[in-house]
Write a protein that binds this ligand. Structure first.
Ligand SMILES: [Mg+2]
Length: 214
């Protein structure tokens, strides 16, 4: 099959040997937005000392790990384009995040991030198809991990996350943490498959609905 070139999509800590990558049997995945879903929203997180997991997040991810579901973060990081942190600084944040999750036996298959913003600094001042609500990060991850997007879930705290899910042909779920405290009350939240209080509650519901088999 022909693979699309997604080399423009930026990545950190991609699982080098995913047991899932079987193109004959693409699997559903759970994609997670980062800020306001996995870690507390602090407006342009740039320092490791400001990084804090939302309670219950690691256990929820570990539960997905145990069920054999790929878990991948999909995050806009326009703070890079805005000059608030470098991609090296972002990598340090992601290393710390992965370390925090590991203390509770939770693992990610990778982090896809978009450092771009049209009003940002050179060379990040582009309108990239990877910036959510664009679907390119989801498409890249689907190709790289042999994921069936139609059966996958993207859990986010913003309407733009739901739009990214829709644009990729996946299901959107919204949480009320982070920007979700406000955005879950907006009309656009109606496109969510469901709205949950937080990631732990969203994952509970995915198992309860049979969307994921334990
Ligand atoms: Mg967010």
């Amino acid at each position: 099959m022909t693979e699309t070139d997604y080399s423009f999509v930026r990545r950190h800590f991609i699982d080098p040997a995913p047991r899932w990558r079987d193109l004959r049997h693409p699997l559903p995945a759970v994609f997670l937005d980062r800020d306001g879903v996995v870690n507390e929203e602090v407006d342009y997180l740039s320092k490791v000392e400001d990084l804090a997991l939302i309670p219950g997040t690691a256990a929820a991810i570990a539960r997905l790990n145990d069920a054999g579901v790929p878990v991948i973060i999909i995050t806009n990081q326009s703070g890079v384009a805005r000059g608030m942190l470098s991609e090296d600084g972002l990598r340090d944040l992601h290393e710390a995040l992965i370390g925090m999750l590991a203390t509770e036996d939770a693992t990610l298959q990778g982090i896809y991030y978009s450092p771009y913003h049209p009003d940002g600094l050179d060379p990040y001042d582009i309108d990239s198809p990877c910036r959510k609500p664009g679907p390119a990060m989801l498409h890249a991850a689907a190709q790289e991990f042999a994921i069936n997007l139609q059966d996958s879930i993207f859990i986010g705290d913003k309407i733009s996350d739901l739009e990214a899910a829709r644009n990729a042909g996946a299901h959107g779920v919204m949480v009320r943490t982070g920007h979700g405290a406000v955005e879950a009350n907006l009309p656009g939240a109606a496109q969510a498959r469901f709205v949950a209080d937080d990631l732990a509650a969203a994952v509970d519901r995915l198992f309860a609905d049979g969307f994921i088999q334990a």
